[in-house]
Design a protein around this ligand. Structure first.
Ligand code: LLP
Length: 482
């Protein structure tokens, strides 16, 4: 890119026009319509390399948290770079598999795994892809797509409770396989982030109380179907301070020592995700800053005790590599403020409504005096109008920004909602029967539609499959998983 551009995370203004790498967003909008998520492949690559380099002294393996942006082609891109995958549902598991990720590079986390999901993670025979017509979890199939037969168990289960561990052990036993397992602990550490994304405090549903971990290692030490190898911790997201990570690591290492004293070796630590990013420029530590403080705590364990380290970054790999492109449909002056009504809203990006999250929003085409140099809530520029950026949904929570100074925009103008690559499309919904946006991946001058805009006909299809249940189907003792 030329020096004249504001170049941040793959997006840049050149002569007042916003580019994704070498493609203008205006041309993309004309070609694909709005609202559309646009990702920069280059930005994803460099975010991956930064994270990988930061934790290289520990030989850490990166498992991308699929939930952040689960598009198959984003998974494929990260897999090519060397990432494993962290999945939290049967759906994500099959996505990772379809993206070409081998099962042993997948770790299966999540607090509510069903029997059907556990079976699919233990044995490809039970993949929903093997028998789409029969749904999850029923055996008896004959013709498996290539690769699914004997695809083997996932590389790691992160278990969240004694109950779940018992189910995995029983199902692995029945299937004649062995599950490699890390126990997620609840370290009771405050990540100082939004309550809804805080996961490591004692009142949160996640993980096993530290005192309950030793009995699990005792109980499963010699189990034929279970290989209890590790501990896992994830305290929240995004975690902007480094101290909570340090505190969590200290709790885990204390537990490693306690287990060792009872003869149980922990050979794998999964440190989870939660690494913050710059929604506003300069607000978050860079990956190397986290690593500088964490590597010394762990280096001796890695070198001396041969411990493997795994991390599960999601947001930090994709958040700033994506923008949500939206077109202004109407503007109006309210009594106290100006409303900018867009075709994106809470249905396309729920983060502002759900977490009061900040996303920098700016017009895609601006005059020279309005070219932004960084992502800030209140840029110091002339002629800005305080605006409410809202969507079409019939709820007052349907906003993308409140009281935000913006250049004056008019009907038909395009806006870019920045830092939307993580938990944007992933949390989009069909509220008020709006279709889910399209997704485009830009790599240099090449733009590729990696998800078509949802079609109404597909959205309505399940409702057009109305059928009465037969008496046989309503027999007593129908079990959830059959
Ligand atoms: N590992 C585990 C066990 C997790 O629960 C999560 C995120 C991650 C890794 C990845 O965390 P990351 O590196 O992306 O921070 N919807 C919220 C974020 C929810 C995060 C859920 N867990 C948001 O939009 O901010």
């Amino acid at each position: 890119m030329s020096e004249a551009r504001w170049d941040l995370d793959g997006f840049a203004y050149l002569d007042g026009h916003l580019f994704a790498e070498d493609v203008t967003l205006e041309r993309l909008a004309n070609a694909v319509g709005t609202p559309t998520y646009v990702y920069s492949a280059g930005a994803i690559r460099s975010a991956y390399e930064r994270m990988h380099a930061a934790f290289a002294p520990l030989g850490a393996r990166l498992h991308y948290a699929v939930k952040a942006c689960p598009n198959l082609h984003i998974l494929g891109l990260l897999h090519e770079l060397g990432a494993g995958m962290d999945v939290v549902s049967g759906g994500e598991l099959e996505r990772a598999w379809l993206a070409g990720v081998p099962m042993d590079a997948i770790c299966f986390a999540g607090v509510g795994k069903t029997d059907a999901e556990i079976r699919a993670a233990l044995d490809g025979t039970f993949s929903p892809l093997a028998m789409p017509e029969r749904g999850l979890g029923r055996g008896g199939e004959r013709h498996l797509p290539p690769g699914l037969a004997q695809r083997g168990p996932v590389g790691l289960f992160n278990v969240e409770s004694a109950s779940e561990l018992a189910r995995i052990a029983a199902l692995a036993d029945t299937l004649g396989t062995r599950a490699r397992i890390a126990v997620r602990i609840n370290p009771d550490v405050d990540a100082h982030t939004h309550t809804y994304t805080t996961t490591g405090k004692r009142e949160n549903k996640f993980g096993v109380t530290v005192d309950h971990v030793l009995p699990l290692f005792e109980r499963y030490a010699d189990h034929p179907a279970v290989d209890l190898v590790g501990l896992h911790v994830h305290i929240g997201s995004p975690v902007r301070a480094i101290e909570p990570f340090e505190a969590a690591v200290d709790v885990v290492l204390g537990l490693v020592d306690r287990l060792a004293a009872h003869g149980h070796r922990v050979s794998l630590l999964d440190l989870g995700g939660g690494w913050a990013v710059d929604y506003e420029s300069g607000e978050a530590p860079v990956p190397s800053a986290y690593a500088e403080r964490l590597v010394p705590r762990l280096a001796e364990r890695v070198a001396g005790q041969g411990m493997g380290i795994l991390i599960e970054p999601g947001r930090s790999l994709v958040a700033n590599a994506g923008v949500l492109m939206t077109r202004v449909q109407h503007t109006k002056e309210g009594q106290a403020t100006r409303f900018v009504v867009c075709d994106a809203g809470v249905h396309t990006l729920i983060r502002p409504a759900l977490y009061q999250a900040f996303h920098f929003i700016w017009p895609v085409a601006v005059r020279a005096e309005h070219v932004p140099l960084q992502r800030v809530a209140a840029p110091e520029m002339p002629d800005l109008a305080t605006s409410e950026v809202v969507g079409p949904i019939c709820e007052s929570s349907d906003f993308l920004a409140q009281a935000r100074p913006l250049p004056r925009v008019a009907r038909g103008d395009l806006l870019a909602v920045f830092s939307a690559g993580a938990y944007g499309m992933a949390m989009a919904s069909n509220i008020n029967d709006h279709m889910r946006p399209a997704e485009v991946l830009v790599d240099g001058g090449q733009a590729t539609v990696i998800a078509a805009r949802q079609r109404l006909v597909d959205h309505l299809a399940p409702e057009r499959q109305k059928r009465a249940l037969t008496p046989a189907e309503l027999e007593p003792c129908n079990r959830q998983d059959g």
